[in-house]
Design a protein. Sequence first.
Length: 321
Amino acid sequence: MVSTKGIKDRRIQETPIAIVDFETTGLTPGLDRVVEISVFKMEPGKSPYLAFDTLVNPLRPMAATEIHGISDADVADAPTFNDLAGDFIHALSGCAVAAYNVYFDIKFLEYELSQVGISTPVPHFCLMYMRPLLELGSRCNLERACQEHNIYYQTAHIAAVDAHASARLMEFYLQVLADQNIQTFSQLTRRKNYKFFQSFGHDPLPAPSAFQLSRNNRRLSRAGDFEPPPVDPQRLSLAKYWEALKTVLADLEITDDEQAELIEIRSRLQIPKEQIRMLHAKAYASVISQFIEDKWLDDKEVAKLRHLFVCLSKLGWAPGE
């Protein structure tokens, strides 16, 4: 399906936005799979509402339970992505897609859609980079962004909780966009240069019927009323450090300030060194997997791996030490 107009010239305030959050078995699409999906929809003139939320059976053994708290038993009766694809696309249809750290979520979105034969690119933007884009502060994790903009949020790694906080943050950004007289998506591209701007040339997804997909409304949600269930303190500490680590690894450009912040988070949470090693190994293995997916490892990628090794070492441990 070829894009005809894209969203570049659309007015942001008049464009439906789907805020997406995934929980996954790891960082590498294909090797890892989605295990929970939540979509909060923002339509012009309306408050954000939960449009889609469910656990997903990944058809593989569960992993990263120490981060998201989802076990094999939790997803045993959950729909597979093939089961829910029509409902998921219905939630995204007609929307620009947004996520906090969209570079992570969009890779999984594209992979999962490819498994049902859909290769249509999706227009998307990143809520994490909206802060520097709107000159509100530096890139940071979702928890810190919510704290600085007076939005209630408790890190839980429950997709609906994270997507709800991201939607509240987008409400705040919409007001800032209006105050700064930024009306269209193309005006955003004049501020900075981010990779996700390239997606603005694509149209939003159409209805699921365009892909011969039907809806069945099969869901298995753990969201409740968006109030997270009791979370084990140890898992919460791991989730907070992992989210901070994932944030600074989004573009593999780790600044001294970001490194210092990670060291402070690690020290404050008092995470055992064995678990630090585990998370660092997961991160390093994922980056390598992504770099060699094209059966090629160029000098630029090797340099980034060296830089990542040094950063992880300064944070407590790097693979091979």
